[in-house]
Design a binder for this molecule. Structure first.
Ligand SMILES: *[C@@H]1O[C@H](CO)[C@@H](O)[C@H](O)[C@H]1NC(C)=O
Ligand SMILES: *[C@@H]1O[C@H](CO)[C@@H](O)[C@H](O)[C@H]1NC(C)=O
Ligand SMILES: *[C@@H]1O[C@H](CO)[C@@H](O)[C@H](O)[C@H]1NC(C)=O
Ligand SMILES: *[C@@H]1O[C@H](CO)[C@@H](O)[C@H](O)[C@H]1NC(C)=O
Length: 673
């Protein structure tokens, strides 16, 4: 009976404890086999199960999943381990409870319940008899203390939540002959240049304990030092999570001597400063999270020595600016998450030390991020390998050429914020760019050459901006384009060349005030009324049905709610209006003169062609608008350098005209809903 109550309590606790940073898992693992009921203390539940099915696997896997690759198989599914989950209630019973645990236990979860004034202390020495223990989790309520009085040499994974960590005065601390600062040589670029803004930082040996007369302040400081937790001697520790434990001061000796530590998570501890060399005693760290703290200044020595770091999470701190003094060399860094920091500026050369990084995320609702094209260096210079960049709350009247200079390997760019206009060549040099997402940016104006130099674009998302027109020729070079999203803008018309990308699957045009006319006859419901669905796995299988080769294929779904609607016909569907009200149904020969196909032509030639078309239009419509004339005036500068292209144009025009009427007929066939 007692057993069942505890069982239920534990399950409830495991589910209900605040787990802020951890993803929720949909499936609860099936209740594992209970074992050794006799040798399991009364307030514990003992289980024997595959590691990945146990609740503790959740945080271990969560932290180690940052690491990719096949060496991520510490615990294959088949490895069964022995776990005890115990409720700690009365301080007086704790010792008896712990000593009754089966000696061959491999994982232990201690849950302390009760009111905050129900103080409870556990010593690490009382766990040392568990000589196969490799995973330990202790969760408290803030009134729980773990005293580190002896190292747990065999432990591989440790998770501490809402407990206080303290060292015992008895704890043996190492006597160092060498300090991490002794042979640290790196100096940031500004120092190399000669202005010694940053004196070389030297760590000090602690004053000897034999000092006899101490001021009160010295005494307090001394006490703090001796209470400071230290994991020295936890030689096998690979994963360490200290979550919400008020560990707000980091000192280099805390994580000193942890050669196996690969994953360290120090989220929600109120850390304000990262002390110099704080982690250099764990030189093989691959992932480090300091997210959800209060770090307001990052100085390169703080992360010094992390030459193998692959993932750095500094999200949700108080960082306001980044410069070349922020980071030491992080030659293996793959992913950096700096979101939710009030960063306003990124000074040039900030990321010089991250020349191997693949993913970078920045920006927050706390501050607008200003992007500049600094005179000679861009703020993203040296991120030569970066594939994914995501910037939130970018605020700039105009996205200029050169802002993204140096990002030549970028494949995915996501921008959010307030961006008035996008100038020509803004993404120049991004030849690998496949996904460009600038939705919700308030963009009102796009240069027709905004995408010049970008040739592999598959997804262009301009949804929910303030666009009133799409410039002619914007997508001319984009022959790989699959998805274009323009919903939620102020668009009235589209260039007639719009649907000519051969691989197009989705063109979202809904939520725009379309002015419908027969120029829209080339619009296709099978493109506009479609969304991209989840990707599905397709496999080539052998005779027995076993998959040999699998790949993920994107699926597309029709959705007639997405139909674009005519503002000038009471919001009726574009296709209905074209067919029933405008009677545009007959095969239509589009006049390519208005759009033409200028793919592959140089910028100046496009301008010239456009000029030519405008003249044609002006001849057609008497009394052209002032706007066009001012446009014309603007372009005069470019045009004055060119000479007589009219002839070339006329030839191209003729040739295209023939191709065009052919294509249009083909398309007309599928234009019915
Ligand atoms: C923990 O160790 C200290 C000595 O460092 C001892 O005084 C205390 O009684 C121990 N507490 C428990 C709960 O074992
Ligand atoms: C990154 O920078 C380091 C030192 O500045 C240099 O040795 C290394 O070759 C660079 N790596 C790449 C990929 O450019
Ligand atoms: C951008 O930052 C400003 C503060 O500068 C803030 O007021 C605004 O809400 C932020 N915008 C978004 C979309 O987060
Ligand atoms: C969109 O443009 C209109 C007129 O140019 C302006 O009044 C409005 O504030 C803009 N909206 C946004 C979200 O920028």
């Amino acid at each position: 009976m007692m057993m069942i109550i505890i069982n239920v309590l534990i399950v409830l606790l495991l589910r209900c404890q605040p787990q802020s940073a951890l993803p929720q898992f949909d499936q609860q693992p099936e209740a594992p086999v209970e074992l050794d009921v006799l040798s399991c203390p009364l307030s514990c539940v003992c289980q024997y199960a595959a590691f990945n099915e146990l609740p503790i696997a959740r945080w271990v896997n969560y932290m180690t999943s940052a690491e990719e690759g096949p060496d991520d198989t510490d615990f294959p599914l088949t490895t069964h381990i022995k776990l005890a989950t115990c409720l700690l209630q009365e301080a007086s019973e704790t010792l008896a409870l712990l000593s009754a645990l089966p000696i061959d236990l491999q994982a232990l979860v201690l849950l302390h319940t009760g009111s905050p004034d129900n103080q409870l202390t556990v010593n690490t020495s009382s766990l040392r008899f568990l000589n196969q223990l490799n995973t330990l989790e202790i969760r408290g309520t803030g009134a729980t203390t773990l005293i580190i009085d002896e190292p747990l040499e065999l432990l591989q994974h440790a998770n501490f939540e809402q407990i206080r960590l303290q060292a015992s005065e008895r704890l043996q601390r190492p006597k160092h002959s060498k300090l991490p600062s002794d042979d640290y040589e790196y100096k940031p670029p500004s120092d190399v240049a000669g202005n010694e803004a940053t004196p070389k930082y030297q760590l000090q040996f602690e004053a000897d304990a034999t000092v006899e007369i101490m001021s009160y302040e010295q005494h307090v400081e001394r006490l703090k030092q001796t209470r400071m937790p230290s994991f020295w001697g936890w030689n096998l520790l690979e994963v360490l999570r200290i979550h919400n434990c008020q560990l707000n001061e980091l000192h280099w000796q805390m994580f000193d001597g942890l050669p196996q530590l690969h994953h360290l998570n120090l989220e929600r501890n109120g850390i304000e400063e990262v002390q110099p060399f704080a982690f250099s005693g764990a030189p093989h760290l691959k992932s480090l999270s300091l997210a959800h703290n209060a770090v307001s200044r990052l100085y390169y020595l703080g992360l010094a020595g992390l030459l193998e770091l692959e993932t750095l999470n500094l999200a949700d701190n108080h960082l306001e600016r980044l410069s070349e003094l922020s980071f030491p060399p992080l030659p293996r860094l793959q992913r950096a998450d700096l979101r939710q920091n009030p960063i306003k500026y990124i000074l040039p050369a900030t990321f010089w030390v991250m020349n191997d990084t693949l993913e970078l995320q920045l920006g927050s609702e706390l501050a607008a991020l200003k992007l500049h094209s600094w005179n000679s260096y861009g703020q993203f210079d040296s991120l030569h390998k970066l594939r994914k960049l995501s910037l939130a709350n970018v605020t700039t009247p105009s996205l200029e050429q050169g802002v993204f200079k140096g990002l030549q390997a970028l494949e995915q760019l996501t921008l959010r914020g307030r961006i008035g206009s996008v100038q020509f060549d803004a993404f120049a040099g991004m030849e690998q760019l496949r996904e460009l997402d600038m939705s919700h940016c308030g963009i009102a104006e796009l240069s027709m050459d905004a995408l010049l130099g970008v040739k592999r674009l598959e997804l262009l998302n301009l949804a929910h901006n303030n666009l009133t027109h799409v410039p002619n020729g914007l997508l001319d070079d984009q022959q790989q384009l699959v998805v274009v999203q323009l919903q939620g803008n102020q668009l009235r018309t589209l260039p007639t060349s719009f649907f000519q990308q051969p691989r197009l699957r989705v063109v979202r045009l809904d939520q725009n005030p379309w002015q419908c006319n027969c120029d829209m006859s080339n619009w296709l419901p099978r493109l506009t009324n479609v969304v991209r669905g989840p990707s599905v796995e397709r496999c080539v299988r052998d005779i027995n049905g076993k998959p040999i080769l699998c790949r993920h294929v994107v699926s597309y779904k029709m959705d007639k709610n997405l139909v674009p609607r005519c503002a000038n016909f009471n919001g009726r569907s574009v296709y209905y209006v074209l067919r029933r009200q405008l009677h545009c149904g007959a095969p239509l020969i589009l006049t390519p003169s208005r759009s033409g196909n200028t793919r592959g032509l140089p910028h100046w030639l496009k301008l010239e062609l456009q000029q030519h078309r405008q003249q044609q239009q002006q001849q057609q419509k008497v009394g052209s608008s002032n706007k066009k004339q001012s446009l014309k005036r603007q372009r005069k500068g470019h045009l004055s350098q060119r000479n007589r292209l009219d002839y070339i144009f006329r030839q191209k025009h003729q040739q295209r005209n023939e191709e065009f009427s052919q294509e249009t007929e083909d398309k007309q066939m599928s234009n019915e809903i």
